[in-house]
Design a protein around this ligand. Structure first.
Ligand code: ISL
Length: 628
């Protein structure tokens, strides 16, 4: 059904994307869903709501939202099915960030394959190792077909693939196809020659002639010299902003043209509307798969379809989401079509695996991307569980695990068996989760083990990020000089431009910088944790990870068992069962530091926990796993 201003709030809530957006808003505002689900509000028309909130949200808001909702006509299936078995549902993945896993590039990773195998890992997701000028640590690819020199050679890559395969492990590479480096041959040719066939591989646009008023972002853009600013009329083609600070458009004075970059100024967005570009991408994916790669993690893959004409973003949404324009591409009108095509043309012939990185995608849209019958992606990474309601990554606050529990209760059974989930707490883009929960570090060890248990026993595929297995924490960076990430510096400059003092701006960067997760892997700590003479009662985090992964492997309930939450409404304690014909498990976890009553279940025997024994009240962040 097409929605219009005559539609009612309840119609919007019935729409999958509409419901996702409403829920996201309610979460941000800390309000209960009763606010929209009660019949009085539910029966109000959007026209009436517009009269009530119109001033606050501005004139274009409703049109923009309706445009977005009307671009999605499908709904997830309502029936319940049993999940089909797949290797990637059973596997434990481990993300390697090659710049800091070792300082030896790909040969360094090969040296650590035995370590990973001993840990119990089945597959690695390798962040980009392609040739790149490294403006964004390899997420700015210059040549998809060659390896970054400092990481090694194509022969090293082949050796990595065979080293993994000979150990029965798999390799998932990073696929960055929303953008390329501005040093990619396609972009260079496209910029230099207006009639190049590559011109339409990107978004080149003239200044927006009709934009009203003077856009002072141009004056603040220090990358453009004063002389150039004369020819540059201060009007980028639209008002979108970049995730890495400043406008999402780069101006090329010699050609008097702008090009779109949602990320850094050197990461130019690709135009997926162009079939020739899509064919180049599919060809490249097939080339890697033919080499033996087992699948891909698809970088910001939900951004590849932009609304036609690249219309301005809504200012109110921009303020709310911190980035202007996102609603014009985070769930674009041709996204499903492109994903189906990519799967069919490149993944399907190799039975390859895909996990999409999909920032901003909610529960229902997530199903439309991953439900098996839709033949799009196998899995997605969404990030709603990584921050508490109303908080962003750059807020300095204490993360409450009750949010995590609420998130899981809502999400993990929602796919009715048609889809599957990813279970992760860290990656190369986020500060360390255990530091967000407890900045004192006092509970780092029990917390690291608690997260390991949740990750290995909930319904979904675990993705360990390098360092999780030794309980890695945030770093004590002293100033911006210690920070290398292009995102942190871009956002820091935005903060200064907004009037924040250098100290306050640094404090925010310190809370959210991606560098916490990008420092060198602490191999001395690995050695220590491997070697310490410890009692079973106080295993190192590393030994605990090994144990729980090994146990997961032999416990079918952990993978395919049905998931049943107990006491879902009880705060502070998280209890669930996984039920399977080969045996059941029961997990209980104290989500805070106050003692909590244990409610062990009849017939279940204690298997593993993060304290010395499984008796009495639950201690701070204690988790216990039982079997029956
Ligand atoms: O969308 C965001 C904020 O809402 C960003 O956090 C965004 O999700 C994230 O930065 C996207 O990450 C991926 O693409 C980037 C790269 O820098 C990251 O390392 C990568 O994981 C651009 O390729």
């Amino acid at each position: 059904m097409q929605l219009s201003l005559n539609s009612k709030v309840k119609d919007v809530c019935k729409h999958p994307l509409g419901r996702d957006i409403v829920e996201k808003l309610l979460l941000q505002l800390g309000k209960s869903s009763w606010l929209v689900d009660n019949p009085i509000v539910g029966n109000l028309s959007l026209k009436t709501i517009k009269v009530i909130v119109g001033k606050k949200v501005g004139p274009g808001f409703f049109d923009v939202v309706l445009d977005l909702l009307n671009s999605e006509l499908d709904s997830p299936r309502a029936d319940i099915v049993s999940p089909t078995p797949a290797w990637w549902k059973e596997a434990v993945f481990y993300q390697v960030y090659p710049r800091s896993f070792t300082d030896q590039g790909i040969p360094g990773i090969i040296d650590k394959l035995d370590y990973l195998q001993n840990l119990g890992v089945d597959a690695i997701w390798l962040s980009p190792v392609y040739d790149s000028p490294n403006d964004d640590n390899g997420y700015d690819i210059r040549d998809y077909y060659s390896i970054m020199r400092e990481f090694g050679t194509m022969e090293d890559m082949d050796a990595l693939i065979s080293g993994l395969h000979s150990r029965g492990m798999k390799l998932v590479m990073d696929l960055v196809v929303n953008h390329t480096s501005d040093e990619h041959q396609w972009f260079k040719e496209a910029l230099d020659n207006e009639s190049s066939p590559y011109r339409d591989f990107y978004f080149f646009r003239k200044s927006h002639a009709n934009r009203n008023g003077h856009d002072d972002r141009a004056e603040h853009d220090s990358s453009i010299s004063l002389g150039d600013k004369k020819s540059y009329d201060g009007k980028p083609p639209n008002n979108w902003t970049s995730f890495f600070g400043g406008p999402a458009w780069n101006y090329y004075p010699e050609q008097d043209i702008w090009a779109l970059h949602l990320f850094s100024k050197k990461q130019m967005d690709l135009n997926w509307e162009n079939p020739a570009l899509r064919e180049e991408i599919y060809k490249m994916v097939r080339w890697w798969l033919a080499k033996g790669v087992d699948g891909f993690r698809l970088d910001v893959i939900n951004y590849i379809s932009k609304f036609e004409g690249l219309p301005d973003g809504d200012d109110f949404i921009g303020q709310l989401m911190k980035y202007t324009g996102v609603e014009r591409y985070f769930y674009g009108p041709r996204l499903h079509e492109y994903l189906k095509e990519l799967r069919q043309e490149a993944f399907e012939p190799f039975k390859a695996f895909s996990v999409g990185e999909t920032p901003g995608i909610g529960l229902r849209a997530g199903r439309l991307l991953t439900d098996e019958y839709r033949k799009e992606l196998d899995l997605i990474f969404s990030f709603d569980h990584l921050e508490a309601p109303g908080k962003t990554r750059f807020d300095d606050y204490q993360y409450d695990l009750v949010h995590l529990k609420d998130h899981y209760v809502k999400h993990l059974n929602f796919d009715g068996g048609h889809g599957w989930h990813t279970l992760f707490y860290n990656n190369h883009d986020n500060p360390r989760m255990i530091s967000k929960i407890d900045s004192s570090g006092l509970y780092a060890k029990p917390l690291a083990k608690l997260l390991a248990v949740l990750q290995m026993t909930l319904r979904g595929t675990p993705f360990i990020y390098q360092g999780d297995e030794i309980g890695a924490k945030n770093e004590n960076f002293a100033s911006m000089d210690d920070i290398h990430d292009v995102e942190s510096h871009g956002i820091y400059n935005d903060y200064l431009a907004e009037g924040l003092g250098p100290e306050a701006a640094f404090k925010r960067i310190l809370a959210g910088t991606r560098d916490h997760a990008r420092v060198m892997m602490k191999w001395d700590e690995v050695l220590r944790q491997q070697g310490v003479n410890e009692s079973d009662a106080d295993l190192s985090v590393l030994r605990f990870y090994q144990d729980i992964i090994r146990w997961r492997r032999q416990t079918c309930a952990c993978v395919y068992g049905t998931l049943e939450f107990l006491d879902a409404k009880t705060k502070d304690v998280f209890r669930y069962k996984r039920l399977h014909e080969d045996g059941n498990i029961f997990v209980e976890a104290n989500l805070g530091i106050n003692a909590a009553k244990s409610a062990s279940q009849e017939g279940f025997m204690f298997v593993i926990g993060n304290y010395s024994d499984g008796f009495g009240d639950l201690r701070p962040y204690e988790v216990r796993v039982y079997e029956h």
